[in-house]
Design a protein around this ligand. Structure first.
Ligand code: R5P
Length: 310
């Protein structure tokens, strides 16, 4: 393998243990302001030092990540459809190689939609991206996207992962499933598992543990970290499995300990201003605007993004 390519892959999959912890924050590229990722800068800042690499779009990289970071960037270069459009599978390559190099990307990421209407277009785009990226030693991560009509079982995911690897993807991101070992065994390149919809923290840690045990090199997790009530505690707990070989009980214990530590700290650092020093302005002087005047925008106005996304 060429030095540049090998070096970039080694910055994503750590060579000392062949493991990877990627933080995914690219959801806005088709979901818009995803719940709890409305302000990517605020979300990313406290988590950045705990992940091995960050998966994101160029827009979020430019606006919401400090250029002084040493964390490698896995740049999503595909897009073109949104959650409210006709067909999510209609994606093209939207970022040039020159732009990716300017942004100092360590890898390029794009989705393929195997079995969808736009299967041909997305698979050919993967092949072409690998051709272009190869000129500069840039690795390509293929995301095996799933949709309403696409499967999520070992048979389907094995097919999708293998197709991605055959086109030259250096890393494949897919979903955990029953008989996941079969997916890994039939894919000649490293597999990283996506977190998927938010589930209880212990379940997300179990998923991480199962994925590693099943042969994945790591996880590329988004919602189950930043939609957690305690994102830093959660990423540290996930990290303890990926890099520390913790089991699920140990990782969950760590999550709870770090979460309760945070609560204690908050309690001891802040005096309760409402009770002691100030009159409760909300109760006495102002109407509760949230309750009476404004609709709860998250609940009422937006499509349920979690349901329609993966
Ligand atoms: C999906 O296509 C996006 O690329 C996300 O990066 C991916 O789904 C991982 O994020 P999550 O853990 O929230 O599923």
């Amino acid at each position: 393998m060429e030095w540049g390519l090998e070096n970039r892959i080694a910055s994503i999959i750590k060579p000392n243990n062949n493991r990877a912890l990627m933080l995914a924050v690219d959801h806005g590229y088709f979901l818009g302001p995803t719940e709890k990722l409305e302000n990517p800068k605020k979300v990313i800042a406290p988590l950045l030092k705990h992940c091995d690499s960050l998966m994101l779009t160029r827009g979020v990289q430019r606006t919401s990540v400090s250029a002084t970071t040493s964390t490698p960037m896995v740049l999503r270069v595909s897009g073109g459809s949104s959650i409210i459009g006709d067909d999510l599978s209609q994606e093209d390559i939207t970022v040039s190689i020159e732009e990716a190099l300017r942004l100092n990307a360590s890898a390029l990421a794009m989705s393929i939609f195997v079995g969808s209407k736009y299967e041909y277009q997305t698979i050919v785009n993967l092949g072409k991206l690998v051709n272009e990226a190869a000129k500069y030693g840039l690795p390509v991560l293929a995301v095996t996207a799933v949709g309403k009509e696409l499967g999520k079982d070992a048979r389907y995911l094995s097919l999708a992962c293998r197709v991605a690897a055959e086109q030259g993807a250096h890393i494949v991101k897919t979903y955990y499933c029953e008989n996941f070992e079969k997916v890994v065994q039939s894919c000649p390149v490293p597999i990283i598992v996506a977190g998927g919809k938010k589930i209880p923290e212990r379940d997300a840690l179990q998923l991480t543990f199962n994925a590693i045990k099943g042969g994945a090199v790591g996880v590329d997790m988004g919602r189950n970290i930043w939609q957690s009530d305690n994102p830093v505690a959660m990423i540290k707990a996930v990290r303890s499995i990926v890099h520390g070989n913790s089991n699920v009980d140990q990782a969950f214990k760590l999550y709870k300990k770090l979460s309760s530590g945070k609560k204690q700290k908050n309690k001891s650092n802040k005096p309760n201003q409402n009770k002691s020093n100030k009159p409760n302005q909300n109760k006495s002087n102002k109407p509760n605007q949230n309750k009476s005047n404004k609709p709860n925008q998250n609940k009422s106005n937006k499509p349920n993004q979690n349901k329609s996304s993966n």
